[in-house]
Design a protein around this ligand. Structure first.
Ligand code: ZN
Length: 333
């Protein structure tokens, strides 16, 4: 029987030799690898020119009402990031979380939505869970001033933060007592560190006091009980010890306290809390963190001094809305 005639030119099949088949497989394999490499390179180049994170949608943040000051305790897992948004449109950023991918996404969306006129940064101390995300935010949003802690670090997170601040032309200062940030109707006083004599990173954390009319707040970073006791004793000995010119500091009956060191048992000592008597205490910590923060002891002491307790690991982002008559409200999302 004669073989069937081919129907057209394309139907002609020339059998390949074994070598030709191998060669074709080799070519296919390397073309696929080459295309994959090109795709990865194209994505990397695009990300370098226009980082994907900058494409994230801004968070919807309702505009503050007349005279409203806001404090945001952002949920950055096991770390701290507090943002004070002042009625004059400026904002103070105290720490920036750990710099993880999730953290930086969260901050990018938040700062895009905040629309602050100008930012001032305080890196309370050199631990990565506090300064890790600041380089990124500095890079994209810039800053008027960056306050460094008394004790620095050679870690990349810390040096990157300084580099970005320099690149963006921010004034770089070292935090020390009696430094004042004046926001018109509100001001922030630096109570600690004592720049010349600090030796321990957490203890040397920058402690900030905020006064807005009758409303007050205290941000204690990661200080320990020893520093709390030192501050308390100084204040009990001379109530005007932290005052500078007309910027007074009154530690009795603080409205909002950023609890020290994520609620560690080594902080929040009873005498300190008895002086402050915070109406609301905010603990910034990560869900299921390996340090057991907040500790049962610190929670009990906060409870014993009559404070309401709010935790970022349970509530997510926590927002304080405050007014100069001293009224304030706590919400979360
Ligand atoms: Zn910490």
């Amino acid at each position: 029987m004669r073989p069937a005639k081919p129907r057209g030119a394309f139907a002609i099949q020339i059998p390949m030799t074994r070598n030709e088949r191998k060669k074709l497989q080799w070519v296919r394999k390397w073309v696929t690898v080459g295309l994959a490499v090109l795709l990865v390179l194209a994505v990397a180049v695009f990300n370098a020119l226009c980082p994907f994170r900058t494409l994230l949608a801004a968070r919807a943040i309702a505009a503050p009402v007349e005279g409203e000051l806001r404090i945001y305790f952002l949920d950055v897992g096991q770390g701290d990031c507090t943002v004070v948004s002042f009625p004059n449109g400026e904002a103070l950023v105290i720490d920036g979380g750990d710099g993880s991918w999730k953290n930086d996404d969260h901050l990018m969306r938040f700062f895009k939505g905040l629309h602050a006129k100008e930012l001032t940064f305080v890196s309370s101390h050199a631990d990565t869970d506090h300064c890790g995300g600041l380089a990124y935010i500095l890079e994209y949003f810039g800053a008027k001033t960056l306050y460094l802690p008394a004790i620095g670090s050679d870690d990349a997170a810390y040096t990157d933060m300084q580099t970005e601040a320099e690149k963006r032309g921010a004034e770089i200062k070292t935090a020390k007592r009696y430094e004042i940030l004046d926001y018109g109707e509100a001001y922030v006083s630096f109570l600690s560190p004592y720049s010349q004599e600090e030796t321990e990173t957490n203890e040397a954390s920058t402690v900030l006091y905020l006064q807005y009319g009758e409303f007050s707040a205290l941000f204690t970073a990661d200080i320990n009980a020893k520093r709390e006791e030192k501050l308390r004793q100084e204040y009990e000995a001379m109530q005007s010890i932290f005052d500078y010119k007309d910027y007074t500091v009154r530690l009795e009956d603080i409205d909002v306290l950023k609890v020290a060191h994520h609620g560690s048992d080594a902080s929040s000592n009873a005498q300190w809390l008895a002086l402050l008597k915070p109406k609301a205490s905010v603990i910034s910590c990560g869900r299921g963190n390996p340090y057991g923060h907040p500790s049962g002891g610190a929670l009990q002491r906060l409870f014993d001094c009559g404070s309401e307790i709010y935790r970022t690991d349970e509530l997510g982002d926590i927002m304080i809305s405050a007014f100069p008559d001293g009224n304030f409200e706590v919400t979360w999302e």
